[in-house]
Design a protein around this ligand. Structure first.
Ligand code: HEM
Length: 399
């Protein structure tokens, strides 16, 4: 792909397959201005440098993806810890970090196992399924619902909310229909979480929302705005990313029967497979930062106030770090995977996402002998920040 003028990260053909553009950027314009404003940083070392320096690169930049000026209303997602810088970020991370302690995985594991068994039975009965709808969405929706103590009857709404908000990052002022749909989703979520918070205040339970209502650091609790922001963020962070990891993993296995056979023969390779899917198709493709002063990145000067697209999806295909980076290689070792971020905002749910993916693949591979794609024409979610299949029509063959 040749670069003509400023690249447009939001173009539908780029979202279908962003890797040729990323590769061109790394080679010829590793720090460059993009269409609609902002700078794209595409090389591994530069991406790591930006993420490591919150004093120079503020996470307020994410506001541009979640609350663009043409959205026309506030998005509570922006009140969550992921947009905060030190020292505020540290205070929030301490408060919510406790809820992610080691006990969490032990508590959730049995229900993850049971849900995977149930969903596998269902897909095997139906044979021809949309994997995103029938497995990749209900698993994390059930897990995040259990974690937060939410009402299972609303699980089917969760994906719409998550996809709607993710698509804001590739939206433009003229996308009136999409913007109206996202505003509707934000209003529904707000109403819903108000009710959840009210109920938990009256009747605290054994869930993360009750833990967050009780949490104190130096006698201080989370404010109502911070709580609402965190619930928004958690539902979206826990859902869209994990759905995409599960569907990209299954897509890979459906396209590579030899890989499926290798994993079935030796299931201890599953964690390595998950790490390589995270590198090859990172569910979070980009984060955003705002320069707090004039800075130099990769030899290029960026003025204070510049918006920076931190292209994780490109860094993870950087040939200087990953030999034959465009090849899916189960035997790859070495360089740190940036799929869960780096530095102070490193993902709090990384171990939970890995656990869900590992159990899902263990159960599927024990009972499924083969997968075939029912369509070669797959559509990806239109988002600059998130990468995931809208649907994955496959046929599931029993072992
Ligand atoms: C495959 C699944 C996942 C991926 C790829 C992923 C990726 C990421 C990334 C890249 C960040 C850093 C964002 C930035 O620096 O701007 C992040 C932060 C975060 N993630 Fe995840 N995530 C995943 C699953 C989850 C899950 C399941 C949860 C919770 C249930 C979660 C909770 C969080 C939280 C709370 C933060 C903010 C941490 C902070 O700002 O200090 N994530 N995630």
């Amino acid at each position: 792909m040749a670069l003509n003028g400023r690249p447009n990260l939001a173009l539908p053909e780029v979202r279908q397959n962003p890797y040729p553009l990323y590769s061109e950027l790394r080679r010829n314009a590793p720090v460059c201005q993009v269409e609609y404003g902002g700078w794209a940083v595409s090389r591994y070392d530069d991406v790591q440098y930006v993420l490591k320096n919150p004093r120079l690169f503020s996470s307020e930049g994410l506001r541009f993806a979640a609350e663009p000026p043409w959205f026309g209303r506030s998005n509570p997602w922006c009140d969550s810890l992921v947009l905060k810088d030190p020292p505020m970020h540290g205070r929030l991370r301490t408060l919510v970090g406790r809820a992610f302690g080691p006990g969490l995985l032990t508590r959730l594991e049995p229900s993850i196992q049971a849900t995977c068994e149930e969903l596998t039975t269902r897909v095997l009965e139906r044979r021809a399924v949309d994997f995103v709808d029938e497995f990749a969405t209900p698993l994390p929706a059930t897990v995040i619902g259990n974690l937060m103590g939410l009402d299972p009857s609303l699980y089917s709404r969760f994906r719409k909310w998550a996809t709607d908000i993710a698509s804001l990052s590739a939206s433009r002022p003229e996308d009136t229909e999409l913007l109206a749909s996202v505003r509707g989703s934000v209003e529904e979520m707000e109403r819903y979480f108000h009710e959840v918070l009210e109920r938990r205040r009256r009747e605290p339970g054994d869930d993360m929302v009750s833990d967050l209502l009780r949490a104190r650091v130096d006698g201080e609790s989370l404010t109502s705005t911070e709580l609402m922001g965190f619930l928004f963020f958690l539902l979206l962070a826990g859902l869209e990313t994990t759905i995409n990891l599960l569907s990209s993993s299954t897509w890979m296995l459906a396209r590579k029967p030899e890989l499926l056979a290798r994993l079935r023969a030796d299931r201890s390779l599953i964690p390595r497979f998950i790490e390589e899917v995270l590198r090859y198709e990172p569910p979070i493709q980009a984060s955003l930062r705002l320069c707090t002063e004039d800075v130099v990145v990769g030899g290029v000067s960026l003025p204070r106030g510049s918006l920076v697209y931190v292209l994780l999806g490109s860094a993870l295909r950087d040939e200087t770090q990953f030999a034959e980076a465009d090849r899916f290689d189960l035997d790859r070792k070495g360089t740190e995977n940036l799929a869960f971020g780096h530095g102070i905002h490193f993902c709090l749910g990384a171990q939970l996402a890995r656990l869900e993916a590992r159990i899902a693949l263990e159960v599927l591979l024990a009972r499924v002998g083969g997968l075939s794609l029912r369509s070669e024409q797959l559509e990806w979610v239109p988002s600059v920040t998130v990468r995931g299949l809208r649907a994955l029509p496959i046929e599931v063959h029993p072992a």
